[in-house]
Design a protein around this ligand. Structure first.
Ligand SMILES: [Zn+2]
Length: 357
């Protein structure tokens, strides 16, 4: 009897130790996800929580077209299970040098870990002929699709599928995470009240088909049209609908379509091309028509050109981020739109921007 107890005691003592070891081993097996840009990182993080270890390469204050491919990122890539990219050649100047440096076939186009988030996106401004002549940096169409929040719904689906494939044990968690993200996105865009009444998926379909206005005006609930329940970013941005804007780069095409604003001119004559003196004079002439509500520029571009035209007209200049982290307030994908829509509406209603210029 004594002997058996002696044998049992070490066993009892080692069981909890074994369990702990098992748990930490599982924790160490967390997926290693690298995202080229902060917005994809924010969406992946919302879906996967602490099931993944996330590294984001570019910061929100960097121009996504031109990021320095630092060797430290190569080290991160060697350990990565998944690489989330924008695609449409947005990162053509800096992702290939990194994946080639890391020598990880799975993270190169066609590899199991290479996740092109533009899959399933309805790309706009696709040129008739593929050309980089004169430096156009949008050879496959406009790559800034996450400026439309509804495209994040598509991207969330792409990322969730990739996570499920790479980590089947977490499939249910990723699906739950995706659903929660999309629900939150719909509520942020349309307002919770309207989502509760009409359903987020229905609203999303109408908005993507360009029939949301007709649906809201033509559908009544309890004697009042659904439009009366529109809230969220879209509700707020009704004040900006139809208003004319100038953007520095051609990076608000999807945003403009979603929120019904008009982008009538660009500070850059072509995406990626700095403005000439002649182009700035033409822009000045356009601005003197007096209908442009504001010039929307970015944290990482030169400000001389916008200062030049702003000094000669009364047009406001707003420096707005298009990526998470591009302003201190834009701490995640939701806060990015909270902030940008606030700033735009504030500029229109005569208030001065809360931050920036
Ligand atoms: Zn661009």
């Amino acid at each position: 009897m004594k002997l058996r107890l002696r044998m049992l005691i070490p066993l009892i003592l080692t069981v909890p130790a074994l369990l702990t070891a098992d748990f930490s081993a599982a924790a160490e097996k967390r997926l290693n996800v690298v995202s080229t840009l902060p917005n994809f990182g924010s969406i992946a993080s919302a879906i996967a929580g602490d099931r993944i270890d996330l590294t984001v390469i570019a910061s929100g204050t960097q121009d996504a077209h031109f990021v320095d491919p630092k060797p430290s990122y190569i080290v991160k890539l060697r350990k990565a299970d998944l690489l989330l990219v924008n695609g449409l050649d947005l990162e053509i100047g800096w992702v290939p040098p990194l994946t080639q440096g890391a020598r990880t076939a799975r993270l190169m186009p066609g590899g199991a870990g290479y996740i092109d988030c533009s899959a399933g996106i309805r790309v706009v401004e696709i040129p008739l002929s593929l050309s980089r002549t004169e430096g156009d940096v949008h050879p496959y169409g406009n790559p800034h699709y996450l400026t439309d929040p509804l495209n994040a719904e598509v991207v969330a689906g792409t990322i969730a599928e990739a996570l499920k494939k790479a980590d089947p044990a977490g499939a249910q968690a990723y699906e739950d995470g995706r659903k929660a993200f999309v629900r939150r996105l719909h509520e942020a865009l349309f307002g919770k009240d309207l989502v509760d009444l009409a359903g987020g998926s229905k609203l999303s379909r109408e908005a993507q088909a360009g029939t949301l206005d007709a649906f809201l005006d033509g559908t009544s609930v309890g004697g009042s049209p659904l439009r009366a329940h529109l809230g969220g970013w879209l509700g707020k941005m009704q004040a900006a609908k139809g208003k004319a804007f100038v953007t520095y780069h051609k990076d608000y095409s999807y945003f403009a379509e979603r929120f019904g604003i008009r982008v009538v001119e660009f500070v850059e004559p072509k995406p990626g091309i700095s403005p000439s003196a002649k182009h700035l004079e033409e822009l000045l002439t356009r601005l003197k028509q007096g209908d442009v509500a504001a010039i929307l520029t970015r944290p990482y571009v030169e400000h001389r050109s916008t200062d030049y035209v702003a000094e000669r007209t009364s047009v406001k200049v707003l420096t707005l981020p298009i990526e998470v982290g591009g302003a201190p307030e834009a701490t995640d994908y939701f806060k990015l739109f909270d902030y940008t829509t606030d700033q735009i509406v504030r500029a229109l209603t005569g208030g001065s921007p809360a931050a920036g210029r």
